[in-house]
Design a protein around this ligand. Structure first.
Ligand code: 5GP
Ligand code: ZN
Length: 139
């Protein structure tokens, strides 16, 4: 049995405000929301991150997100939403159970997820694209 906070939520060992569930997936409100209504969508099955999640599970997560996010927008009066996955600690993943953030957004809500973008140096953009394509070819 996984000693994971989201697995404990799945097993009802930790209480949560559930907004959707079926036999394989669960959506509950984030305890520390960017905006009211911020929710987390998870598979009941424990996968640590995107890399270890089967593609069909990821596809199903996308399908559920497409249904739930507009309902969050409708219920909160939001104008838009972010669907975000933090994958790996350096990307901000704190809980090692794959999850999608469904975040209702307002024009001036003060949340800036992508602060600090950097310009490419001379030739760096093309070289980077090349390196990534080589990496794809290796797999
Ligand atoms: P991450 O940083 O891993 O992408 O996101 C983890 C999220 O889980 C955070 O936004 C955090 O607020 C939320 N979270 C952590 N512990 C709990 C909990 O016990 N209950 C709920 N509902 N959310 C939690
Ligand atoms: Zn887990």
């Amino acid at each position: 049995m996984e000693d994971c906070i989201f697995c404990k939520i799945v097993r009802n060992e930790i209480p949560s405000q559930r907004i959707y569930e079926d036999d394989r997936y669960l959506v509950f409100l984030d305890i520390s929301p960017v905006n009211v209504g911020h929710a987390l969508l998870i598979p009941r099955q424990h996968y640590a991150d995107v890399d270890s999640t089967p593609p069909e599970v990821l596809a199903h997560l996308a399908k559920i997100a497409q249904k739930i996010a507009p309902a969050i927008v409708g219920a909160t009066g939001a104008e838009a939403y972010n669907i975000t996955i933090n994958n790996g600690a350096a990307a901000g993943q704190m809980v090692s159970h794959v999850h999608l953030h469904l975040i209702p957004r307002f024009e001036d809500d003060g949340f800036h997820a992508w602060h600090g973008r950097k310009p490419y140096g001379e030739g760096e953009m093309a070289a980077t694209a090349e390196k990534i394509k080589e990496e794809l070819d290796r797999n």
